[in-house]
Design a protein around this ligand. Structure first.
Ligand SMILES: [Zn+2]
Length: 839
C-alpha cells in the first residue's frame, strides 16, 4: 500500500514540476491565508511558481523586503555583506504583540541563561528558533523553500498558527551563502531545457569549477562557525549570540540517490562535551519531522552518515551553546528534474521536503517550548557550576613575539562573547615569559566555559574511529601560541580588543631592520619589494644596541635606493602603522653577529605568483591560499587555469603553487613546467601533488607505507576498516631547525601542524634536509590509526630540492587550513620569499 502511494506521488510530482505547479502543491489548504500578502511567485524569474526555476539571491532579497513591508509579523534587517557585496538578511518573525516588545523578549531570553534562579514558569517567554538555509549555495532547495515558508508565516491567519507566533520568535536566515547561491542559480537556470531532461549526464547537473557550494573565496562556510573567519559567518555568529536560540536548523542537500536525512546522527560520534539531553531532545523533535514527512509520502532516515563531532558546523555549533542544532539533508535534484534510484527527483519535491521540515521544526518548538527553554537555562546553570569549581583558574596564552597573531586569536574569542583579561605584570611559567602586552587571560569561571573548552581542548582517544569532518581543531595550536593554565585569586582587568599599531621605534637615515616574527611581516616585505626597494634578509641572528634579532630579520639600507631618504622614511612610517610591524633604525653596520654589510644578508626578489586552479584542483585548498594572499597580505596571485597551463607564458612568474589536486598533464606540459623550474622557477606543491611530482620525476622521495593488514577483514567491516585508516584532520608536533630559511620567523623548535593526508615522506639521512620533521609520538590532538602513527614517526612534512636554477618544495600538510591556521601560514610565505636561500 505504502509502495503504491509513493509511486503515485512521484508521478504526480513529475507533471507538477513541468506544467501544473502552483501554490497548492506546497500548501494544500490555503483557507485563511491573507490575500493581501504577496505570493513568492510574483518575484521569481518569469513570475512562475517557486520550483519552476532557481531563485537568484537578488530576487529572494527583494521578495523578503516586500514581505516585511506588507506584514507586521516580519522585521527585516541587514546583518552584513558577503565578500561580493550581497546583503546578508535576517527576518525576525513573530506575532505583532511580540514585535512590540521584542527587545524585552530578547533580553529576558538572554537573562535566563545567566540567572541562577531556577525558573519553571516560562509563560511570557517565547521560544527562539534560528532557521538557516543553503549555506552551501548549490544545495538550493533550502533557500527556495525559505520564500514559501516566510510567505506562510506572514499569510496564515489560522488560530493555531497565530497561537504559535505568540509563542515562538523565528529568526529566518533565508540565504546563508548569497554569493554561492547566486553563482549556482545562474548556472542551473542558464542550462535548463524547456522540456526538462532528467539525464544526470546533462550539463545542467554538472557545474563548472568552482561549484556554487562555496563562497567567494571557495570556503566551505559550514566549517566556519567556530573559527568565524568569513564575513558571512561573522554576521551569523553575531545574531546567534545576540539571541541564543533554542533550536538551530541547517538545511542542506546531499547526493541525488539519497532520500532525506534529519538528526540525530550517529550516536557513537557525538562530541563528548555535548550533554546527552541534547540528543534526546533532537530525537524528540525528530518525531515531528517523521510525522510530517510520512504524511506526504517522503522517504527519510536518521542516526546514520552524519555526526555531531566538529563544533564548527551549523548543526553542531549550537550543541555547545545550550541550543539544539539540527541538520537536514535532502537528496538533491541539483537542477530541475533528475533521475535517481528512487525515481525522478524534481526540484519542487526537494523544496517541499525542506518546507515541511521547517514547519515541523516550528511545530515542535511551539509544543516543546517550555522544555527547550528549561534545557537551555539548565545548560548554562550547569556550565556556571562547572565554571565556579574552576573559579581561580585561568588559561594564559602568549603570542610568541607576534602581537598581530594574538590579536586575531583574541578577535575570535570576542566574536563568541568569551571573557578575556590581561595580566597586571609579566609572568614566567615553565621558563616561558608571558609579557603583559602580548599575553591574554581566559578565566575559566565564565558562562561560556563549555565553548572555551570546545575551542581549546585536545583529545586523543575516541569512541569511534570514523569522522565526518576533522577530529581536532584546538585554537591554541592553530595559532601556535604559548599556553598554560594557572591559579590566582586576583581580579584581572578586562582585555580590550585592539589591533596592534606598528611604529618606527627609532628613526634613521642609514638602515632599518624589521623582524620576521610578526604575522604581517610578509605584507610589509612584499610592499617594499613591489615599490622596487632593495631589501635583504639576515641569514643569522644578530644583536645591535641591546636589541636581539633572530634568523630572517629584514634589512633596508637607505642609501642607493630609488627613493630619497625622506621618501623611504615616509613609506616605512605608513607601512608600519598599517601593518602593525615595528621598524628599528640604526646608524652603523656594526652588530654583535653579522654586520649589515655582510654577505650573510642576502637580497630578495619580488615574488610573481601563479596559483593553479580549475578542474581537478581542490578548490578549498586553492581558495585558502587566494584568500590568504589577497585579504591578509595584499600579495597578488594569478589564478591560472590548469587545463590551459600549456598555452601560457610561464616566464612571467617566479613562483607557481599547486595544491591538492588531480593533474593529468601530457608530456609537453610536464616538460614545460620542468624547463620553467630549471631556468629558475620556484614550484611549491601541497599534499597529493607530491605523489604526482614524484611520479613525474620532478623530485625523488620515498614514503613510509601504511601496514594495516586486511588478511582477516570481514565484509561487514570494510567501511570501518578503511575509514579508520583515514587521517581526516589531526594535529601533530613537528621539530624545527630554526636556522633553516623555511622556519624563519619561528622562535621555538617545535610547531603544531595540521595534516589531513596519509603521505609520509621518509626522513633524509642528512639532518639539514629535514628542517621540519615530526617529533617522536607526535600526535597532539585528534585521531590517527595505530598503523599511521607508526608511519608518521621518522617522517617529514616538508622537502625542498634544487633543480637546475630553480627549486621544488613540497608540504604534506595544509599550512593554511580553513583560514584559521595562522600559526603555520608563515611556512608557505617562507617557501615563497626565501627559496633562493635554501640548499
Ligand atoms: Zn551541505
Amino acid at each position: 500500500m505504502k509502495k503504491f502511494f509513493i509511486i503515485f506521488f512521484f508521478i504526480s510530482l513529475n507533471s507538477a514540476s513541468q506544467e501544473n505547479l502552483d501554490l497548492t502543491y506546497y500548501f494544500k489548504n490555503q483557507q485563511n491565508f491573507d490575500q493581501k500578502i504577496p505570493k513568492p511567485k510574483s518575484y521569481t524569474l518569469g513570475k512562475e511558481e517557486i520550483g519552476k526555476s532557481h531563485i537568484s539571491h537578488d530576487r529572494l532579497v527583494r521578495y523578503m523586503e516586500i514581505l516585511a513591508e506588507k506584514s507586521d509579523r516580519i522585521e527585516i534587517s541587514k546583518t552584513g555583506e558577503s565578500f561580493e557585496g550581497r546583503p546578508l538578511i535576517l527576518l525576525t518573525i513573530t506575532s505583532k504583540k511580540n514585535h512590540d516588545r521584542i527587545e524585552e523578549i530578547r533580553t529576558n531570553h538572554l537573562n535566563l541563561n545567566s540567572s541562577n534562579e531556577i525558573q519553571n514558569d516560562f509563560k511570557n517567554m517565547p521560544a527562539v528558533i534560528y532557521q538557516g538555509y543553503s549555506i552551501h549555495g548549490n544545495e538550493p532547495s533550502g533557500s527556495n523553500a525559505a520564500m514559501l515558508y516566510a510567505y506562510y508565516l506572514a499569510a496564515n491567519n489560522n488560530p493555531a498558527h497565530l497561537k504559535t507566533l505568540d509563542n515562538v520568535v523565528i529568526l529566518l536566515d533565508p540565504a546563508m551563502n548569497p554569493d554561492g547561491l547566486q553563482r549556482f542559480a545562474n548556472w542551473v537556470n542558464t542550462n535548463k531545457s524547456e522540456y526538462l531532461n532528467p539525464d544526470s549526464y546533462d550539463r545542467e547537473f554538472n557545474e563548472n569549477w568552482p561549484r556554487g557550494r562555496t563562497n567567494h573565496y571557495w570556503f566551505d562556510m559550514n566549517r566556519d562557525w567556530l573559527p568565524v573567519q568569513l564575513p558571512e559567518s561573522r554576521a551569523r555568529i553575531k545574531t546567534f549570540h545576540k539571541w541564543s536560540p533554542n533550536v538551530v536548523t541547517d538545511h542542506h542537500e546531499m547526493g541525488t540517490n539519497s532520500t532525506f536525512f534529519f538528526q540525530p546522527g550517529i550516536k557513537s560520534r557525538v562530541n563528548p562535551l555535548t550533554p546527552d539531553q541534547n540528543q534526546i531532545l533532537t530525537a524528540k523533535i525528530g518525531e515531528y519531522h517523521d510525522k510530517r514527512l510520512s504524511e506526504i509520502g517522503s522517504l527519510f532516515y536518521s542516526e546514520e552518515d552524519y555526526d555531531d563531532f566538529y563544533y564548527g558546523k551549523g548543526s553542531t555549533f549550537p550543541d555547545i551553546n545550550g541550543s539544539i542544532g539540527i541538520l537536514f539533508e535532502q537528496g538533491s535534484s541539483r537542477g530541475h528534474l533528475q533521475n535517481s534510484v528512487n525515481g525522478l527527483v524534481s526540484f519542487p519535491f526537494t523544496i517541499k521536503n525542506q518546507l515541511i521540515t521547517s514547519l515541523s521544526t516550528l511545530e515542535a518548538s511551539f509544543e516543546m517550548k517550555d522544555v527547550l527553554l528549561k534545557y537551555q537555562s539548565d545548560f548554562f546553570k550547569k556550565s556556571r557550576e562547572q565554571a565556579y569549581k574552576l573559579k581561580d583558574q585561568f588559561y594564559l596564552v602568549n603570542g610568541k613575539k607576534d602581537e598581530s597573531k594574538l590579536f586575531h586569536f583574541h578577535e575570535i574569542l570576542n566574536r563568541h562573547g568569551i571573557v578575556t583579561q590581561i595580566l597586571d605584570e609579566e609572568k614566567t611559567i615553565d621558563n616561558i615569559v608571558y609579557e603583559t602586552n602580548n599575553s591574554l587571560l581566559v578565566p575559566m569561571n565564565q558562562n561560556k566555559i563549555k565553548l572555551v573548552q570546545a575551542m581549546f581542548e585536545t583529545r586523543k582517544s575516541f569512541k569511534d574511529s570514523l569522522f565526518y569532518d576533522v577530529s581536532a581543531w584546538s585554537f591554541l595550536h592553530s595559532f601556535n601560541l604559548n599556553f598554560t593554565t594557572f591559579k590566582s585569586k586576583k581580579n584581572y582587568k578586562k582585555a580590550q580588543l585592539k589591533k596592534p599599531e606598528g611604529k618606527i621605534v627609532s628613526k634613521s637615515d642609514y638602515a632599518y631592520v624589521f623582524p620576521w616574527h610578526d604575522y604581517y611581516a610578509p605584507k610589509v616585505l612584499y610592499k617594499l619589494l613591489d615599490k622596487g626597494m632593495r631589501v635583504k634578509v639576515g641569514t643569522e641572528p644578530f644583536s645591535i644596541r641591546g636589541k636581539d634579532f633572530d634568523y630572517g630579520s629584514l634589512l633596508i639600507h637607505l642609501k642607493n635606493q630609488k627613493y630619497s631618504i625622506s621618501e623611504i622614511n615616509n613609506i616605512i612610517d605608513s607601512i608600519s602603522k598599517e601593518s602593525g610591524v615595528n621598524f628599528y633604525g640604526f646608524s652603523s653596520s656594526t652588530t654583535k653577529g653579522i654586520d649589515f654589510g655582510s654577505n650573510k644578508f642576502q637580497n630578495l626578489t619580488k615574488p610573481n605568483i601563479a596559483l593553479v586552479v580549475g578542474d581537478g584542483v581542490n578548490s578549498y585548498d586553492a581558495g585558502e591560499i587566494w584568500h590568504l594572499m589577497d585579504t591578509r597580505f595584499e600579495i597578488p596571485i594569478t589564478k591560472i587555469k590548469s587545463s590551459i597551463l600549456y598555452n601560457y607564458d610561464l616566464s612571467k612568474y617566479n613562483t607557481i603553487i599547486m595544491v591538492n589536486g588531480a593533474y593529468n598533464y601530457d608530456n609537453k606540459t610536464i616538460d614545460k613546467l620542468k624547463n620553467w623550474i630549471n631556468s629558475g622557477g620556484n614550484l611549491i606543491g601541497f599534499r597529493n601533488t607530491i605523489e604526482w611530482l614524484n611520479r613525474n620525476n620532478f623530485i625523488k622521495l620515498s614514503y613510509n607505507k601504511n601496514l594495516a593488514s586486511t588478511k582477516d577483514l570481514k565484509f561487514k567491516d570494510i567501511r570501518n576498516h578503511f575509514g579508520s585508516q583515514l587521517t581526516s584532520g589531526a594535529i601533530f608536533n613537528a621539530e624545527l631547525d630554526i636556522s633553516h630559511p623555511i622556519n624563519f620567523g619561528f622562535i621555538d623548535e617545535s610547531l603544531a601542524m595540521f595534516r589531513n593526508t596519509n603521505i609520509y615522506i621518509k626522513n633524509d639521512s642528512i639532518g639539514y634536509n629535514n628542517p621540519i620533521k615530526y617529533a617522536k609520538s607526535p600526535l597532539l590532538s585528534g585521531y590517527i590509526s595505530k598503523q599511521n602513527s607508526k608511519s608518521i614517526e621518522n617522517s617529514r612534512p616538508f622537502v625542498s630540492k634544487r633543480s637546475g636554477k630553480g627549486r621544488v618544495s613540497v608540504f604534506t600538510d595544509n599550512t593554511n587550513f580553513r583560514g584559521f591556521w595562522y600559526g603555520t601560514n608563515k611556512l608557505l610565505l617562507n617557501a615563497i620569499f626565501f627559496d633562493s636561500l635554501m640548499f
